[in-house]
Structures are given as structure tokens and as C-alpha cells.
Design a protein around this ligand. Structure first.
Ligand SMILES: [Zn+2]
Length: 372
């Protein structure tokens, strides 16, 4: 039985309660695959005393060893031979170390089904041609970061007329071309087509602020959208309130808050989270989220702050089944949002401080001990 295919083919992407049993089956299937094909992962499972068969109910998932994202930055763990990898992605590597993830074709096919279902649900699939403004990297074969690939992927949800990039590839490297981007935007604004922007929230904010300072006030086509993804990363220090960003989009581009969208995902957890109309990230059926105590790593009840543990049976190329990010987050009950989505929502409240990172590193070292 291919439980993963059944889960990724499920009609309602937020039917968490309806898919709990199927999710556990898909996780068990995924763990079994990695157990068979990745020696390091098998050693970790064995050392933790976990066998795939014992994962029978949703509560059993807490027993699954949690690999910190830091672990993937320091080790390359593959469950399939490299010749079978049809896609590779890496994290942005802000600190120098990068996670490398290899994808087999079925991983890609399921990821595509997930993405299409999510973006359709959020009204982003359209047949109307649009002009794209990418506040990020122009794709190039030398750039394997997931963020550049994802941003490029976003420019296919509606047929693209033109694509302008903030970071253009030129003469063997990337150059920041904000001026070119502004000119493209002004050109687009005179055309009878919607505009879609895609990029980091911080880049989007800085770009809009620049335009505001220059007195730019546009009224873009009513079907235009502001799309943001990738998180705040190194811009935590300059994090601004989202309300301010939405107000800027309205003032400068004439795009209302209801047409501003944010997405969340990670190389080590390639599930697409899209915000609802209240800008909350509800958990899609392709993932489950546990919040764990920073010190004891025990799962915490809803509403409490801790380390974010993300689970998904999506990838067979690399054992990403259960990973721990170095973000702190809170899981909120579905009812506390008010948008009507039946799934709980995840609030990311920032990166763990130095002490927290040490905790993750210690966790990784702990895992390594038995795996060597
Ligand atoms: Zn909501």
C-alpha cells in the first residue's frame, strides 16, 4: 500500500482529523524506507529503541527520533543513490553550513501535487497572464538554494509575461539591481495585466519603503498580489510588524491586505505552509507539528512556547521524517484563528538565542554518539 500517495492525493489539504490514521501509516512507511536504505538513520533508530512497526497511533509519533536541522547541515544523509536524484536543494547557508537534500522523482511528483492543492485552495492558481517581480535571485544553474528554486516555481502559478529579478546573475555572480526592478514595476503598472511580487518579507518591505520614499503611488491591476516566503532569517533584528507591511502594499501598490500572502517552509521540511486570510499558518495534512520543551525536548501542550518539531512523510531521498528547527514557536488551536480552517496554526516567534542553539547542537552531538 502506498500510503504517501494516498495522503498527498487527499482532497482537503486541511483535513487533519480525517487524515491522522493515514498520516501515521505514511510516516511508518517512510521510516521503514529510511531504515532499510540509510545506515546512519537505522543506527539512530536502533539506538533510540524505535522500530517502524511500533508507530501505530498519532501519539506514537513523539517517540520518533528528532533530527535537528543542524545535523543535516553537518552530515549528508541519503537514502537513495545519487544517480536516482532528479532534484537537489540546499539551504541558504547563512552561517556557511548548508543542508543538502536530494529528491527522487516520486518525491517531486508528490511535492508538486501538494503545492498545486495548497495554492489552488488559497486562490493563487490563475489563467490570467501576469508580470512577475521577484525580490530574490534570478535562477542560475550555479544556485541550488531551495529559496531561489521555490521563488522561480511561484512564477508558474499564473502564466508569466515577464519576470524581473532584484538579484540578477551577471558576469559570474549576482548583482542587486533595485533600480531595474523599480523600472520594471513602473512599466508593468502601465500594462493591463496583474502584477505578482514574490520574495522574502524583509526584501519586500525594504523595496516598498524605497518606493514610498520616492513618492511612488500605483494602482496596480485589481488581481495583483504580494507573495512572500522564506521567513525573516538574518533580518530578525529589523523585523517589522506585518500590519505596517500590508499598509505599505496598499499605499504604494494599491494591493489590499486580502491579496497579500505569506508562505513558510524549509529545506529540511519541504512542506508548503500558506497563511489564511488572518495571516496564520494552519498545518496542512502533509505535516504534523509538535512543540517541544527547549531543555527536556518533551512535547508541550498547545499554547506553550518551545522548539518546533516538524514531521512529514514526503521525502524518500533523505530521512527528513522528523526534524527540529532552531526556531521557537507556538501551536494554537484552530478555533483561536476565526477564519474557519479546522487545523491548528503555527506561530514562529523567532530563532533561538545562543543558549537554545547550544541545546540543538548538544542534541545533535547526542544523536551522533550512537550513530557513529
Ligand atoms: Zn486562519
Amino acid at each position: 500500500m502506498n500510503y504517501r500517495a494516498k495522503l498527498f492525493g487527499w482532497r482537503d489539504p486541511y483535513d487533519l482529523s480525517g487524515t491522522d490514521a493515514l498520516f501515521v501509516d505514511a510516516i511508518r512507511e517512510n521510516v521503514f524506507f529510511h531504515y532499510q536504505h540509510c545506515l546512519e538513520y537505522r543506527k539512530i533508530l536502533t539506538r533510540e529503541g524505535v522500530s517502524p512497526e511500533q508507530l501505530q497511533g498519532i501519539d506514537d509519533l513523539r517517540q520518533l527520533p528528532v533530527l535537528p536541522t543542524l545535523y543535516f547541515k553537518r552530515h549528508t544523509l541519503f537514502s537513495i543513490p545519487e544517480r536516482r536524484m532528479v532534484l537537489r536543494s540546499t539551504s541558504s547557508g547563512t552561517s556557511g553550513a548548508m543542508s543538502r537534500v536530494g529528491w527522487e522523482w516520486q518525491d517531486c511528483a508528490h511535492a508538486l501535487r501538494m503545492v498545486l492543492r495548497i495554492v489552488r485552495r488559497h486562490g493563487l492558481l490563475s489563467l490570467t497572464p501576469v508580470n512577475y517581480l521577484v525580490l530574490g535571485y534570478q535562477p542560475h544553474r550555479s544556485n541550488q538554494t531551495a529559496i531561489s528554486k521555490t521563488a522561480f516555481g511561484f512564477t508558474f502559478f499564473a502564466p508569466g509575461i515577464r519576470r524581473a529579478y532584484a538579484l540578477r546573475y551577471q558576469g559570474g555572480g549576482y548583482i542587486l539591481d533595485l533600480d531595474g526592478l523599480k523600472k520594471a514595476l513602473l512599466r508593468y503598472s502601465r500594462q493591463p495585466f496583474p502584477v505578482r511580487t514574490m520574495g522574502f518579507p524583509a526584501y519586500t518591505y525594504f523595496f516598498l519603503r524605497e518606493l514610498q520614499k520616492e513618492g511612488v503611488r500605483l494602482k496596480l491591476h485589481p488581481e495583483s498580489r504580494v507573495c512572500m516566503g522564506g521567513g525573516w532569517k538574518q533580518f530578525y533584528a529589523e523585523k517589522i510588524e506585518k500590519e505596517e507591511l500590508y499598509a505599505l502594499a496598499e499605499e504604494v501598490l494599491g494591493i489590499p491586505e486580502s491579496r497579500c500572502h505569506e508562505f513558510f517552509g524549509a529545506v529540511e521540511h519541504p512542506v508548503l505552509y500558506a497563511d489564511c486570510r488572518r495571516h496564520h499558518f494552519h498545518i496542512p495534512i502533509y505535516a504534523r507539528v509538535m512543540i517541544r520543551d527547549v531543555k527536556t525536548l518533551q512535547p508541550l501542550p498547545m499554547g506553550e512556547t518551545g522548539l518546533v518539531n516538524l514531521l512529514t512523510p514526503l521525502v524518500r531521498g533523505v530521512p527528513l521524517t522528523s526534524v527540529m528547527t532552531d526556531d521557537l514557536g507556538i501551536l494554537h488551536p484552530a478555533s483561536s484563528c476565526g477564519c474557519g480552517c479546522p487545523s491548528p496554526w503555527l506561530e514562529i516567534i523567532g530563532r533561538v538565542g545562543l543558549r537554545g542553539i547550544t541545546t540543538c547542537a548538544a542534541g545533535a552531538a547526542e544523536l551522533l554518539r550512537g550513530a557513529k
